[in-house]
Ligand binder design. Sequence first.
Ligand code: HEC
Ligand code: HEC
Length: 294
Amino acid sequence: MSGTEQRNGREIDKATDTATTGHEWDGIKELDTPLPRWWLWTFYGTIVFAVGYTIAYPAWPMISSATSGVLGYSSRANLDASLDAAQQAQGSMLAAISATPVAEIVGDEQLSRFARAGGESMFKVYCSQCHGTGAAGAPGYPNLNDDEWIWGGTIEQIHDTISHGARDPVDMETHYNIMPNFGTDGLLPADQIRTVARYVASFTGIEGGEATPEGAALFADNCASCHGEAGGGMIDQGAPSLNDRIWLYGDTLPDIVAQIRSPRHGVMPAWGARLGDDAVKQLAVYVHGLGGGE
Ligand code: HEC
Ligand code: HEC
């Protein structure tokens, strides 16, 4: 072969001045270029490390478990330990929340701060899809930041509403009151619905509103028992005030006509049975602290 020469008993490739291994395929010879030292030692090092690791830590799968390793390490036990520590830190606060009536939590600075933080994160999970992330509400879902309360804004009333909901189909203590379907059940003819709607609209100067004596009479006969003589609403009836500018179902004359004709009956789920009273207390403290709480 012309490309190689013999030197010190080895065959050297002349072009690269490198020894060959002597292997040859179709006239092409393999050069003998060993792996770099550092690479080899690193490689041996990883093997030694791997063997040591499998002895020290859980590694080899067995039939129903795995080798546990001489150090006895377990990531599950570690997690349990840190969960225990976190729970212990929270535990004393939660126990205090549990033992304290909700009205007294509000008066205790440390407890109410803890409750409000817990309530805020639960609100994002359970309540924001209806009431909005900042509890600002949406059509049909009340704003919880304002001073208007359908079912009352004291801490106990808020606690009660969250616990039992409104028109919840299952909770026996749920707030319950149904505005009659004046139109769809034929209780009032269409022209009288329009007349009383215009009367209601006149409370807040809504366009199309008009305070006629017929409207006032219809209101007194059909509406005042729930919404109050002057339309100020009644908390024990869950009937919203009609003489402020806060509207659940819209602030135009057609919205008011629609509500009288065929009222919507908003459902607020009951949370007491689902989340437990400690959670409801924290939610109530959070909602009460939003600014509208009485
Ligand atoms: C499925 C939608 C929905 C979800 C989820 C929901 N709510 Fe409500 N909530 C309502 C509706 C609708 C009303 C109004 C009920 C009515 O018209 O009487 C309401 C009313 C309320 C009220 C009374 C407001 C007032 O003016 O008296 C409070 C307080 C309240 N919700 C808190 C919460 C909290 C806290 C959560 C989460 C644990 C929550 N809600 C989750 C729909 C919802
Ligand atoms: C039996 C009690 C009851 C009677 C009677 C009643 N309402 Fe209501 N009304 C309610 C309740 C409860 C709501 C709230 C419905 C809800 O939360 O989904 C409501 C809601 C409304 C709303 C919507 C308020 C808003 O914020 O969007 C209007 C408007 C209204 N009523 C007008 C009337 C008029 C006008 C009459 C008389 C013709 C009347 N209601 C009679 C209980 C009553």
